[in-house]
Design a protein around this ligand. Sequence first.
Ligand SMILES: Nc1ncnc2c1ncn2[C@@H]1O[C@H](COP(=O)(O)OP(=O)(O)OP(=O)(O)O)[C@@H](O)[C@H]1O
Length: 654
Amino acid sequence: MGPVHTDFDTKVLHARRLLREGRDIPPSLVADEVQRSWSRSLGHGLRESDQILFNPVSAAQLRRLDETHRVLLTHVEPEMQRLFTALGNARWMLACLEARGTVIKTLGGQDQELRDIATVLHPGRNLSENVAGTSAPGCALEERRPVIVRGSEHFLEEIHMCACAAVPIFNPSGDLAGVLNASRHHHAPSIGILEPLALTARAIENRMVDALPDALHLRLHYSAELVGTPMCGLLAISRDGRLLGANPLARQLLELDLLPGIEQCAQTVFQCGLGPLLDMLRKHGRTPSPLHCHNGVRLHVCLAGDAPPRTFTTPSPRPAAAGMAAGAAPAARASTPSMLADPKLSLRIHQAERAFARGIPVLIGGETGTGKEVLAHHLHDGGPRASGPFVAINCSAIPSGLIESELFGYDDGAFTGARRGGMAGRFEQANGGTLFLDEIGDMPLELQARLLRVLQERTLTRLGSTRSIALDCSVICATHRDLARRVASGEFREDLYYRVNGLRVTLPALRERSDLDALIDHLLAREAAPATLTLSPAARDCLRRHDWPGNIRELQQVLRLGAALAEAGCIDLVHLPSELTGTCAIPQAAALHEPARHADGSSTLQQTEADAVLAAFLHHNGNVSATARALGIARATLYRKLRSYGLFTGPTDA
Ligand SMILES: Nc1ncnc2c1ncn2[C@@H]1O[C@H](COP(=O)(O)OP(=O)(O)OP(=O)(O)O)[C@@H](O)[C@H]1O
């Protein structure tokens, strides 16, 4: 690094001194995100003098990286190339890193002036914070937002010559797909790259959504003029009205994170329901039309491509008009194989299907994340009103003062702050389909009487209105509470309890299910699609042993993480969260090495070493640098050992 002569360098070096002395760093010295990243780097056991620029990556490792990230690269390469060309001779080196921090694509590394930068951004090198400390790509992956890191802001002295800007890339499910990074020498004038970099990341995200097959592609924005520009929201909807993917702007505009799960129904997102949405799209095609969304916001929406084919779910015919009534034969049932592999559960679900088809109310019980909403949707899909909307409302997630208007709707001027023109409540939105009342046990007592009346009379009156509206919808309720006990304690009306509890299905906790393996495979295939992924025997064993307090939702998150971190198409123990491996890796690792023990049970030297290495590795939460330091061996040696124990399949990062 050259001599320190700028105000910036003086401030950063002062801040580093304070960091070394364990003192507070005033925010005027370095940006908050850099300070947080420094703290994380220290937490990973890194030292400023650590070196990462050795240990070249083999051609085989590079090939494997290319294969594993082929799909992402198809979207990244053309946009990176476009940016590179646009930057002309501005001398930036561009790199794309996958979600775990490994460089998978670079451009500009042949430039003689950027030779040392190219060594840092070498394909195959891991620049995640736990390996390389503070760097723009590592920090952007952690913070999930654009970051600039210059000169001595980098934690490792070895990379102080770089000035880097990085922007995260999100996949259509809203998860991190990777990060796009631009680097040059720290002494070069100003950075001015963030905006083109962000635009390129957006273009990559948009490509990923547009590439989702067999989907209806929508464009949306507050402003009709911006619909169809690169600045608008993109949404892909499946034939049965589920959201297949969205770009970050659509997620933000539609506040998708407020909705439960990632498989929200299009009719939960748009107040009108899927049928009217398809009607509108067929009528207006690529001309933006206003639509109200679940959060009350009005967006302009249009088609990105051709009109939705007739094979997409058709507009909801009202059962009466379609000559269908409650009790008619169920429609073709959507297959949910993962739900039916447990024989006891499967029997109960078949009973629920038959009861629901005959208009008997089904009450679903079970801990959070056991799939109550998935089962409700499954019943709807096979029920008499399958062609109508499925509308879900979580009674515990809405402030008690708002539940009444949410459920029953209101008329123009019903109360201060009411939307002009009034609003249809969830009951009305579900007319012709199914209303799913989640966490019914949390419904305030005073509203229970009103709900009971609506269920019995099958009519409702909006708040502030005298007009009664006929209702024809199925209702499914769910709760994680013991409703009978709530009845006994006077917190739940007995008459309502009998009205909603025609047949009760209690979904077992994941730790009690006999079909855990089938469920793992099902979810893994879903997470990996369109690629395929396997689980190493050690990782599968670890998943079997875990207690799963969060049930299927937790399992799904763990597999999603595993899928993001997996190397060479296989999720191994090191790709699972330390909360899981911490409880099961040692017995599993010991099992892996069982043959190395003597017949009398005493350990061989090799086994003792393996146990010590694994114990240190787990103690340091899987942090390779810290483990290697604690053991007094090189990181490359540690990787070699971990690989020989079957605990690491990826390329060496350092
Ligand atoms: N049988 C299943 N097959 C595949 N995925 C499932 C299944 N059941 C649940 N899931 C997944 O698990 C997550 C939680 O499911 P769901 O929202 O239905 O649970 P829940 O019991 O309603 O949770 P909560 O009580 O917190 O509302 C969802 O992301 C869903 O996709």
